[in-house]
Write a protein that binds this ligand. Structure first.
Ligand code: ACM
Ligand code: ZN
Length: 545
């Protein structure tokens, strides 16, 4: 008797803890998922998820463990403990299984009163399904910590993304963000089913990635002495300009880069590094003056607009440097893409540089701009030989461009359309719809920004296929939000600029063919409660209108 009691007591105590202590989080029955799933069939009744609900994993790929981690992250938030893993399926279990007929990111989530099934083409799809699951829970469930149960409305949700590339670019050069803040950005992306993180690691105002062969890049190039206060007057820097007289710096070590790449991979997000070349490179020139046309010692830039000081294309030493840097970068980032920037590169330094003029003569060039085409083509061949694909801003299109390079269209969609006509693949990120550094509204109390305003509704209305014939559309790999940070100095501000516009862009990328703005707003209201539960900052305008 005693021994039976002894065996039963812990189980009874656990049952007591489960059934008596924490709240039961009721569902209001609303199904409001962002981005909009392909098909939602509401069912009858509720599934009650409890701390005792086991997880059954029938996926062979080792990355299924990352899906379990994601599931348990939510379980810990709601119940204070991860799910038990069961060896075989049973009633009241959650089963995660492979369905080879589905695409890798596609999934089917079936919730009945007695069972939950997540079937996906691959673990990536199961991970996306877990994000949907999070949105089926009542937002009060998050952070409850000791709930005895949380209801989920019964439904069958069949879902798949319209576009394979759904990106977010974060500029960490203008303002540095810590590894932890980058990870929070990846968390926000994961919630929105975004799958590419474009990491803008270098620019005139800071070099942020450790390169073993060139230690000055981080010793010198990662710190600017001071920063312009207020709007950049556009080259007219005089005594009316004020500076904060405070050094700003930071960089990621190789270990930190690997940590972020791994954190992203566990969320089925690929990281694309961007190393700006040949323009936007004053931080590199300040570190190694021989990279420039004149060899002058510059300072890491303290202001924001386009800089004439760019890498010399005449000297072989420049290419040695870029190839060394990209070799180390390629080693750290397992994804197929490397972004080399290529935007906004003035040619004035090249025009008066003997080495650049010599290169032009030797290569039979008639215009200085061709030096950039030459450089891009060389780097593209270099990357291709290492199994990588070059991405560049749409300026790389000015001249011959290898068909294997990918164009990121930012000056409208025209560059992207032209690139598709050339046969190149394209990521659409026009400033008109995708520049999240633009103000959330025209209200006077918006934080300092530039470029005008970009309201949520305009992001949601973005048509990445406009101007393209149906047979050209496969060249559009996807869409991307770009967050430049000249005027964004801290992470709450990053969140404010991202949200809820990222919800709108996620819907463009994931649910392109099934968007309806009023319905989006209904679902977004609920998403905002999830933002609240996660402690995210976001713009409120669309909820006040
Ligand atoms: C860019 O906004 N210069 C790509
Ligand atoms: Zn030169």
């Amino acid at each position: 008797m005693y021994s039976v009691m002894k065996n039963l007591l812990p189980a009874a105590a656990a049952l007591f803890a489960v059934s008596c202590c924490g709240p039961m989080i009721a569902s209001d029955g609303e199904i409001a998922v962002v981005p909009r799933p392909e098909r939602v069939e509401a069912g009858e009744g509720r599934f009650v998820w409890t701390p005792a609900t086991p997880l059954v994993v029938e996926m062979k790929d080792s990355t299924a463990a990352w899906v379990v981690d994601a599931w348990n992250e939510t379980a810990v938030s709601v119940f204070g403990r991860p799910a038990d893993i069961a060896g075989e399926d049973r009633e009241h279990a959650v089963r995660i299984a492979e369905d080879a007929t589905l695409a890798p990111e596609a999934y089917r989530l079936t919730v009945t009163p007695t069972h939950v099934d997540i079937e996906a083409g691959a673990p990536a799809g199961a991970f996306r399904a877990v994000q949907t699951w999070r949105q089926l829970l009542a937002p009060e469930a998050f952070g409850a910590g000791n709930a005895s149960g949380a209801e989920v409305p019964c439904a069958v949700i069949c879902d798949a993304p319209c576009l394979g590339y759904r990106g977010v670019m974060l500029d960490v050069a203008r303002h540095f963000f810590t590894v932890d803040e980058v990870k929070r950005t990846l968390d926000i992306m994961a919630l929105h089913k975004m799958n590419v993180f474009h990491w803008h690691l270098t620019d005139d105002q800071g070099w942020r990635i450790e390169i073993r062969k060139y230690p000055e890049l981080t010793r010198t190039g990662s710190v600017r002495r001071r920063t312009l206060v207020g709007h950049d007057p556009g080259g007219e820097y005089d005594e009316t300009c004020r500076y904060d007289e405070t050094p700003h710096g930071g960089f990621y070590t190789r270990e930190e880069i690997r940590d972020v790449v791994d954190y992203a991979a566990r969320r089925f997000i690929t990281v694309i590094p961007e190393i700006e070349f040949p323009g936007h490179s004053v931080a590199a020139l300040a570190s190694y003056p021989w990279l420039g046309c004149t060899g002058e010692q510059y300072e890491v830039r303290q202001t924001w607009d386009i800089d004439d000081r760019v890498c010399c294309i005449g000297r072989e030493t420049t290419f040695g440097f870029v190839e060394d840097v990209l070799s180390e970068v390629a080693e750290l980032f397992p994804g197929q893409y490397v972004h080399i920037g290529g935007d906004e590169c003035p040619t004035v330094m090249w025009e008066s540089c003997p080495a650049c003029r010599g290169r032009m003569r030797a290569e039979g060039m008639t215009r200085p701009r061709q030096l950039q085409n030459y450089a891009t083509a060389r780097i593209e061949r270099f990357l291709r030989a290492r199994g990588k694909r070059l991405i560049g801003w749409d300026e790389i299109l000015d001249g011959e461009l290898s068909a294997t390079a990918v164009v990121m269209s930012w000056r409208g969609t025209e560059g992207g359309i032209r690139a598709v006509q050339h046969g190149n693949d394209v990521i659409m990120a026009p400033s008109s719809h995708c520049y999240f550094d633009y103000a959330q509204s025209q209200r006077p109390d918006e934080p300092l920004s530039w470029g005008g305003d970009l309201p949520v509704a305009r992001v949601h209305a973005f048509e990445p296929f406009e101007g393209l014939a149906p047979e050209q559309r496969p060249h559009i790999l996807g869409v991307q939000a770009n967050l430049w940070t000249e005027y964004i100095a801290d992470f709450p501000h990053v969140q404010y600029m991202l949200l809820p516009r990222l919800a709108a862009l996620s819907e463009v990328g994931w649910a392109l063919d099934r968007r309806e703005y009023p319905d989006f707003l209904r679902r977004l209201r609920r998403m905002a409660r999830l933002y609240d539960a996660c402690g995210y900052r976001y713009a409120q305008h669309v909820f006040e209108e």
